[in-house]
Structures are given as C-alpha cells and as structure tokens.
Design a binder for this molecule. Structure first.
Ligand code: 3UK
Length: 542
C-alpha cells in the first residue's frame, strides 16, 4: 500500500474507483512534487524559515498579521485540535465563518494536523449543514461564534461530530482561550502528497451537493499553474475580493495564491460594492477577485480605482459578458483577467491575462492543462463548432462516494458541463451550460449571448435569459430583466429592449418575452440560478 499519514482512513476509503478517475498530467517541471508533502510547509512555514516572517501576510479591519503572527496562531490552533479535541490525521474538520483571519488560521491548522478541511459557506442553514456533516462524516468543527446557531442545530443530530469550538469568542470555553493555553510550536504531520486535505462541496444547483476531494498535491498544483503563468503576482501584491474561502475560487485567490508567493491578503467580511471600493483605497489593494455581476455592480462607483493601486482584476464563477468587460475598462481603465475554474478541478484552467484578453472569449488553456471541445460521442469537434468542454491536467474530479463521478469523468477527461467552441487561435468561447441551451423552433440559442446583447443597453442593470415553454416553438427566448434605477418597467421599455437586441445579434435570438423583476436569484458565489428562473416560469414553486 502507498504511504499515507491518515490514521482515520475515511477519505482514502471513499475515493472513486480507479477506473473512474480522470487522467492526471504532470508534465511541467514545477509539477514535480516530493512524495511527502504538507501544503502548510511551502505556503506558510517556509516563509518564516527563510526569513520572511516579518512580512505582512493577512490584513482585516483593525488587524495586521505577519507571516510569523499567522504561524504562531495556526500552531496554537493545531495544538488545540490535537491535544484538546483528540483529532487524529484524516479526521474531517468543518470550518464555518465569514472571510476573516481566524477562518484562514483554522484552515492552515487543519492542514498542519494532517486532517481534512470541510469549509462551508456562511449562509448555509442547518438543513444544508446536516448534509455536509453526514456526507463528509465530520468529526470536529471550528466555527465563528456569530454563525453558531445553525451549526448547533445541525450538530445536535450527528453521532460522530462531537468536538466543536467557537472562535472570535471571548469566553473561557472558546477557541481563543484554548489557544492561549497552547504552545506556539507544532511540527507538521508528514502527509503524503496524495493525502486528501480538503473536501470542497459543489454548489449543487441540481440534486444534493457533491463533495470533491483534493490532495495536498492538488493545492500546490493550483498554485503553480494559473497564478505564475497568467496572474503573475509578485511578493508585493495585496490581494482582495469577495468569494468565500469555502469556495475554491476564494480559497485560491484570497489565501493560497497570495501566500504561495509571499504576498499578502486582505480578508473582508463584507463585499458590497462600496465596501470594496473603500477597501481598495484603504489597504492599497493591487489584485481583485470577484464575479462578473459584482464588477458590473461596482462599475458605476469605480471611478476612483482608475490610476489607483489596483492593477489586476480577476473575474470567474460565471461567463464574463463582453459588455461587462467593456464597462469595467471604461470605468477603471483596467482590462480584466477572465478565467473558468471549477470546484472539481480546484481552480482556473482556461484564462487569458490582460494583454491577451479577447472580449467574449474566456481565454486559452492554462499551462499544465489540456482542453478540448468534444461532440456527444467524445470526439473532438472541428474548429469553431460548439460542443462539450473536456479538460485534463494536474488536478481533476474525485467525488467522495458519488455515482455522479461517471458523468463528470469519461475516457479520462473531466467534462465540466459547459458548451464551448474553440477558434483557430486556441481561444475558448463560452456558449452556455450544456443543459441550459435554449432550443426554439429548431434553433439552438445560448442564453449568455442574448444576455450580453441586453447588458449593452443603458437601462439594463442585470438580466437572465432562459427558454420558456411554448406550444408552437417548443421554447421561446425569455429575458428576466432588472432595470437600472430611474427606469420604468413598461411595455414600451420591453419593446425598446427587444428592438435593441434584434439590431445587435441575429433577430431570431431576440427575447420574445420580457419580464421585469427587482432582483435575480443568485448563489453565494455570484452565479445566476437559471434553474430557479425556469421553475418560476413553469409555475412551479421556488
Ligand atoms: C462556470 C464559468 C464561464 C462554468 C470556480 C474559478 O466557478 C467555479 O467553480 P464552480 O464549481 O462552477 C464551475 C462552473 O462555473 N464558470 C466558472 N467560471 C467561468 N463559465 N466563464 C468563466 N470564467 O459553468 C463552470 O463549469 O462553482 C471558478 C476558480 C475556482 C472555482 N471553483
């Protein structure tokens, strides 16, 4: 048997069967990792060992930790986990907090202790937490006191979750008091590079959320592919943004990537547009991570970001409409870096830096990965034709005990569920989710293309385009639109929008139905919940 530091073998026992795994590629020289690897070493301890302990690592309102400060806290927490809470390597530790420094410290403590971090979105309620706890067989939890309530309800029903401590808690029984009693030294568990260290839950737009498994190697692979080849951060960069640390987009962008180059990160609990604009100025942030809709919402107040400290803006989570890219550039002068990532692949695998951005396209394949557009038989499609996106690289899909593995991985390829076309220059052009394609009177229409056309109209703040059932045409294109403040949702406005779309894209794609709403349903990660729009439009309950 291959070496593992896990005494609790739950994750190893629940890996997908070997024949259902994707093919993994390690061609790049930087992907040659040692057999024993604990990601906390390169990301945290090595900086202190190599004399960078005095550099700023994490900032938050009223707080500034150096690398040495973070290491000291992380070691104390790791000692609490092992000595007070009886943790053994391989146990699953649920983490629950808004993006703040203690959440980051707890994450690293779990790595050091050779355990498995199960970070959860702050907005999850007891019902959803119950599923996570049961699926991951969570044994321990560290939780921000302000989010205790739903966790208490969920934990009460679990037989194996026995050890819970709360942080940002000034009481004598909280994690902070327990930390004060522990040593600041901890020697990292000597994990194997193939020991699972995180279970990342997918957002679960359909069916129960799936738990994806990532090894210490996957964490490091994500740090050496997209960041140095596309983002190209320096140790002086100051990272900031909105995606939760429980979402691998946020974990990478706001914690792993800055630390992988010895840079610093600003963790904010609030990510409303004005909070972000103010925080960029306050902390002199240089790199911003958020979702397309958030860039769109910030754009009207983003004038002060022009010629500010900010130099790189990363967009991921859903397709970046060319209209939003243009809006952001007009407002700030900054060309965005778009990238598609997935929880199953840990982070971004197709992207373009600011110099190579092609509006309307996501980018080219990130070094370390290969990508291909396939037809329904699993054969590559000719250039320019729409098909199913398939990807391979150093990271890939491993669902914990889930039969849906066979749907995501076929013939060694990871199928992300996205419809894409590749052009002659190797740029990948997003069309839609494969199950979101609208078929109207025999035409295939991609909702995002119609959305992009609508977003160019000055009255449109946000919109979502779906196929609404129609007796005659099978489906008709329907737009659900949020107007900018001050405009009226009248039939005249609807007509104006329809005419506007007809003038910019093929007229058969125009939205025959338009509905005005006050807000669109979105996930905590900024994704439009098209399935909800569809449900509402079939008269089903939400
Ligand atoms: C969609 C995009 C077009 C696409 C993620 C960066 O979003 C992330 O992970 P999820 O598991 O969702 C994956 C799906 O989201 N998507 C994401 N980015 C783009 N579509 N253009 C994009 N730029 O459908 C994909 O299959 O929630 C993003 C890093 C880590 C992540 N986990």
């Amino acid at each position: 048997m291959t070496y593992s530091a896990h005494i609790d073998t739950f994750t190893r026992d629940n890996l997908p069967p070997a024949e259902q795994l994707p093919e993994f590629l390690f061609d790049l020289p930087e992907l040659q990792f040692p057999e024993r690897l604990n990601c906390a070493d390169p990301l945290l301890d090595d900086h202190v060992v190599q004399g960078r302990g005095g550099r700023v690592c994490i900032q938050a309102p009223g707080l500034r930790w150096t690398y040495a400060d973070l290491q000291e806290r992380v070691n104390r927490i790791a000692n609490v986990l092992v000595r007070d809470m009886g943790l053994v390597p391989g146990n699953r530790v649920l983490l629950r907090a808004p993006n703040n420094p203690m959440m980051a410290a707890c994450w690293f403590a779990v790595m050091k202790a050779g355990a498995v971090a199960v970070a959860t979105m702050p907005l999850l309620r007891a019902k959803e937490l119950r599923h996570v706890i049961a699926k991951a067989k969570v044994t321990h939890a560290l939780c921000d006191l302000r989010l205790a309530e739903e966790l208490k309800l969920a934990a009460a029903e679990s037989s194996q979750l026995k050890h819970v401590l709360y942080f940002n808690d000034s009481s004598a029984t909280g994690l902070d008091a327990a930390m004060a009693r522990q040593s600041t030294a901890f020697s990292n568990i000597d994990t194997a590079l193939t020991d699972t260290c995180i279970l990342a839950f997918t957002s679960g737009t359909t069916g129960q959320p799936k738990a994806t498994m990532h090894f210490h190697r996957d964490v490091m692979a994500s740090c050496v592919c997209w960041p140095p080849h596309v983002l190209r951060p320096t140790p002086d960069d100051i990272f900031m943004g909105t995606p939760p640390l429980a979402f691998t987009f946020g974990l990478g962008g706001l914690l792993l990537f800055p630390l992988s180059v010895g840079a610093s990160t600003v963790l904010l609990e609030q990510g409303a547009p004005q909070d972000l604009v103010d925080a960029v100025a306050k902390y002199k942030a240089t790199v911003l991570f958020t979702a397309p809709t958030s860039y769109r919402a910030i754009a009207p107040i983003a004038g002060s970001l022009r010629n500010s400290s900010l130099r790189k803006c990363v967009s991921a989570g859903e397709a970046l409409p060319a209209a939003t890219r243009a809006l952001w550039k007009e407002a700030t002068g900054i060309e965005m870096i778009d990238g598609i990532g997935a929880t199953e692949l840990m982070h971004i695998f197709i992207s373009a830096d600011e110099a190579h951005a092609l509006p309307g396209a996501t980018g080219t394949v990130v070094p370390g990965y290969v990508a291909c557009v396939m037809d329904d038989q699993g054969k590559p499609t000719p250039v320019g034709e729409v098909g199913n996106l398939a990807v391979k690289g150093p990271t890939g899909c491993r669902y914990l005990a889930d039969e849906r593995q066979a749907r995501y991985v076929k013939d060694g390829w990871n199928y992300t569920g996205d419809a894409y076309a590749m052009d002659g220059d190797g740029y990948f052009h997003y069309h839609s989710r494969t199950d979101d394609m609208i078929i109207s009177a025999g035409y295939n229409i991609a909702g995002p293309e119609v959305e992009d056309a609508l977003l160019r109209h000055p009255k449109v703040a946000e919109c979502g385009v779906i196929g609404a059932a129609d007796e005659e045409r099978g489906q008709v294109v329907k737009a659900i639109v949020v107007l900018r403040a001050g405009f009226d949702p009248t039939p005249e406005t609807a007509k104006e929008l329809q005419d506007f779309v007809k003038q910019s894209i093929a007229p058969y794609k125009y939205p025959r139905q338009i509905e005005f709403v006050a807000a669109l349903p979105r996930t905590e990660t900024g994704k439009l919940q098209r399935f909800r729009l569809r449900q509402t439009n079939q008269g089903e309950t939400k």
